[in-house]
Design a protein around this ligand. Structure first.
Ligand code: GCW
Length: 702
């Protein structure tokens, strides 16, 4: 009997364990719906909700399903519909302001009965409304307080997958690509549906399937059929498919001698290719192009301009309503000028010459997704061209998947930056309000892979989340987004939510601090970008070397971008250029980005620059130690699986933050010959040890 009850106990324990195990698959959508594997549902039990669907389309049905699964039992009936329905039109609700994709949620009387109506002008709008209502309920709202109205401020809200056809992901740290190109189009992994659903819940409405370092193969009939299969899965969720186009494809696939965009045969090849794609994918979004950058082919190979290239492709997709996203991330290995200046120099003169279905896609900063960069000077400098923001959600330079770094503050900092043209902000440029552009967009380089938790850690999911929400509304601040994400992800316990938000909000600054604060950038190891390498100075191209970026010597440190140096500051509008021209008026957080200053320069803290820099390294490491303590404090309140994985990641992060600090300090001391301030812990090893660290098979580096 004893043994028997012991057995029951063990089974019960096992069941309880299973019930609470959570591998993060459900993301912030806790009301279940996993198609890949049955999972526990947090939604309240009870009689199912009545959800009426008027004029059912596949998309409206999806909206209704979400609500039926998640709405608390016993609440008022819900109706999903679109504005065109006669009964809804008779209500005379303010649909005009909602545009194509907006929604409203409010209590109305329909056919003599009170119902909570969720409706948009399109069924996609209604689907977004359903998710907005669920978010409202999961973050403390009730159906009786549900009076929601919203329309996206940005038209194209797009993920960029740097996914290769062999299943690897460039700068991806969450496992293999989600796309199983080999088995497509026959096999449609249920995860494709879950992926689309997660994106729809945020309002993301487009996805570029393949790496910008593109292979022409993506444009062959075989791969078009595979992309079409994904497009079929994504369509009811309001998501369009786009492809990265390799500019030399007419040569590689078409057997032409040239890819010169001014050659009629080249234009005809692209037109036929576009027609072929649209036959398979009638709502194909268009092309994303990386041209003449890091070895990619492009119009400059033929002395044609980026506008020539973009416009030729734009003409091919125009009859089908497609668009071209042309990247401004160019720097040439033949151009000796400051890399930070090159995109502006190349693109600014082209303002006004792009076709009206082209967006120029600009990274948030002028170098490359560093932990902190001042906003890209192109924002505000090309008023006649829609500029699309490109953020990197995957953390190539912020600790890969293991470091906890919430990017909301990084996104917010860039979007809120003033361009110096009147009251204009970067957000105003991106959402088109500043110049009245209607074609607008925001892209995020995805952090999604085949890991069960999609993003390589629970907290990385917050970066996908924040990107999607800010693409919908670039004015949304990072903190409330962190909170709503944490509430949905961990449930309602305020202790967990408060702790998660507190950890998240300072986490990006901590990465800045332990990798190099005060405007330092690009100090990582070569190629794979894992860990510190400030000493690297022997690579072929000057701008590949960290030493090119920090310019540290015995007397000082920093890149002079004023007129005594590269004069990159002159690329900003006058008020900003003036501010940045003087180290005294430059924000200290960007000081060494724009100025070469002495190690003993006095700082606001009262310390010298050197002492201040050391303090930043210590603060960064200390912050991570602090996050570990905070996370320990909620151990009992978070499911074991997600708690443990996060705790393990934080341990890695603390070790690697120390490594960054120690390696960097050792190197700076070898250059400036200065002692560490009193009381500061010396690096664990000597510089030779740090320089000798070598890593093969680093993820994301192909
Ligand atoms: O961030 C850098 C990466 C490259 C990437 C490139 C780009 C896709 O190190 O891996 O290539 O930028 O954005 O094109």
């Amino acid at each position: 009997m004893k043994a028997f009850s012991g057995l029951i106990g063990a089974v019960a324990l096992l069941l309880a364990g299973t019930a609470h195990a959570d591998d993060g698959y459900r993301l912030w959508l806790r009301h279940g719906g996993e198609t890949a594997r049955p999972a526990p549902v947090d939604a309240p039990a009870g009689a199912p909700m009545t959800v009426a669907v008027r004029g059912a389309t596949p998309t409206l049905r999806l909206a209704a399903d979400e609500l039926a699964r998640a709405m608390p039992a016993g609440t008022m009936p819900v109706t999903v519909a679109t504005a065109g329905d006669a009964g809804i039109a008779a209500l005379r609700l303010p649909f005009a302001a909602l545009g194509d994709e907006g929604y409203l949620v409010r209590t109305v009387t329909l056919d003599g009965k009170r119902t909570l109506l969720i409706a948009g002008n399109s069924d996609r709008g209604t689907l977004y409304g359903a998710f907005a209502l669920l978010r409202h309920l999961a973050t403390g709202g009730t159906t009786s307080t549900a009076a929601l109205t919203s329309a996206p401020k940005v038209k194209l809200r797009v993920l960029n997958h740097w996914d290769n056809l062999d299943g690897t992901v460039e700068r991806g740290y969450a496992g293999q690509s989600l796309w199983d190109w080999w088995t497509l189009p026959d096999l449609k992994d249920p995860r494709y549906t879950d992926y689309a659903r997660a994106n729809a819940s945020l309002g993301i409405n487009g996805t570029v399937l393949n790496n910008v370092n593109a292979k022409a193969d993506s444009l062959t009939p075989r791969y078009i059929a595979k992309a079409a299969a994904l497009a079929d899965v994504f369509r009811p969720w309001g998501i369009k498919v786009y492809l990265s186009a390799r500019f030399s494809a007419p040569i590689e696939l078409g057997g032409l001698k040239t890819a010169d965009p001014r050659d009629p045969a080249v234009a005809a090849w692209w037109k036929a290719k576009a027609d072929e794609i649209y036959r398979a994918i009638p709502d194909f979004g268009g092309f994303l192009v990386k041209a003449n950058s890091e070895g990619q082919p492009g119009p400059r190979d033929y002395n044609a301009s980026h506008a020539d290239g973009a416009n030729m492709l734009a003409a091919a997709v125009r009859p089908h309503g497609g668009i071209v996203m042309w990247r401004a991330f160019v720097y040439a290995d033949t151009d000796p000028t400051d890399r930070a200046k090159q995109a502006y120099s190349e693109f600014k003169p082209l303002d006004g010459t792009f076709a009206d279905n082209v967006l120029v896609q600009v990274k948030n900063g002028a170098i490359d997704f560093q932990p902190r960069e001042p906003f890209h000077p192109l924002f505000g400098a090309m008023p006649k061209t829609p500029l699309m923001m490109e953020f990197q959600i995957t953390k190539e330079y912020l600790g890969f998947a293991t470091h906890l770094a919430y990017l909301g503050p990084l996104f917010e900092e860039t979007l809120a930056a003033k361009t110096g043209r009147g009251r204009e902000t970067v957000a105003g440029v991106v959402d088109g309000s500043s110049e009245g552009h209607r074609l607008t967009g925001m892209a995020g380089v995805a952090n999604i892979g085949r890991d069960r938790d999609w993003s390589g850690s629970t907290f990385n999911q917050a970066n996908w989340y924040a990107f999607g929400r800010m693409a919908w509304d670039p004015a949304l601040p990072a903190e409330p987004l962190a909170r709503e994400w944490a509430q949905q992800t961990f449930g309602g316990d305020a202790r967990v939510v408060d702790t998660a938000v507190a950890m998240m909000m300072g986490s990006r600054e901590a990465v800045v601090d332990y990798t190099g604060a005060l405007g330092l950038a690009h100090l990582m190891a070569t190629g794979h970008h894992y860990g510190p390498g400030p000493w690297v100075s022997d690579l072929k191209r000057p701008e590949w070397n960290p030493a090119y970026y920090h310019k540290a010597d015995r007397d000082g440190i920093g890149f002079d971008r004023t007129k005594t140096g590269s004069n990159a500051v002159a690329q900003y509008a006058a008020p900003i250029a003036r501010q940045l021209a003087d180290p005294k008026t430059t924000p200290e957080r960007d000081l060494l980005w724009f100025h070469h200053v002495r190690w003993d320069r006095p700082m606001r803290s009262g310390k010298t620059l050197w002492q201040d820099l050391v303090a930043h390294y210590d603060r960064g490491v200390g912050y991570v130690a602090g996050m570990r303590r905070q996370w320990d404090g909620v151990r009992a309140l978070v499911d074991a699986e997600r708690w443990q994985k996060t705790a393990d990641d934080l341990a890695v992060q603390e070790r690697e933050a120390r490594w960054w600090r120690d390696a960097s300090l050792s190197y700076w001391m070898s250059v400036n010959r200065l002692p560490l301030p009193a009381g500061v812990t010396p690096p664990e090893h000597d510089l030779a040890w740090y320089r000798a660290q070598h890593f093969d098979y680093v993820p994301g580096h192909y």
